[in-house]
Design a protein around this ligand. Structure first.
Ligand SMILES: [Zn+2]
Ligand SMILES: [Zn+2]
Length: 185
């Protein structure tokens, strides 16, 4: 894990570029056809939302995941710090993912699927920074921010950042208790 501002900025830039390169390569390949391209985009968003949840719950909050858990622990102690994965790691992971997808899909769809997952990851990175530094005015956005802020108070709840979908599905959504009904958890 890295704690420098430069690494965080390089990471957010590299993640966006990775998504652009993979999606650009998929389009340039020339073999994408509409209905299947749309299905692939939706599948990629769905796959990303699960990766976001799983990495946060079982890697960053894992019991035996050493560096990852320690680095993420820093973020919980200091949400305004620059704790982030080394900037080159997510792009390598996305490239490897494209390779794995290409074992079962045509190359252009494998690149598109990995590109959408990479775009989701880039959006997650930017969202997470905004959640901690930006004061949103819209009530809808404030509710979205509050979802992640509740995770900082209850580390075994609300693992999703861009979406709470998997917290609902897997039962880790934090539900504030009504006043006077005993301590929350
Ligand atoms: Zn956070
Ligand atoms: Zn966390």
């Amino acid at each position: 894990m890295s704690t420098t501002r430069l690494n965080l900025r390089l990471g957010l830039t590299a993640d966006s570029l990775t998504a652009a390169v993979l999606i650009g390569a998929a389009i340039a390949d020339g073999g994408l056809r509409w209905p299947w391209a749309l299905v692939t985009v939706l599948l990629g968003l769905w796959v990303f939302s699960f990766i976001e949840y799983a990495a946060h719950r079982w890697l960053f909050h894992g019991r035996h995941t050493g560096l990852f858990a320690r680095g993420h622990g820093h973020h919980h102690l200091n949400p305004l710090g620059y704790d982030a994965l080394p900037f080159f790691l997510p792009p390598l992971f996305m490239g490897a993912l494209a390779g794995v997808f290409s074992l079962v899909l045509a190359t252009d769809y494998a690149l598109l699927l990995a590109g959408v997952v990479a775009a989701g990851y880039a959006a997650y990175g930017i969202s997470h920074v905004l959640i901690h530094v930006h004061r949103f005015k819209s009530p809808r956005m404030q509710r979205w921010v509050a979802f992640h802020e509740a995770h900082h108070r209850h580390a075994n709840k609300n693992f999703g950042v861009t979406t709470g979908l998997w917290d609902v599905v897997l039962g880790t959504r934090h539900r504030p208790r009504p006043e006077g009904s005993g301590p929350g958890h």
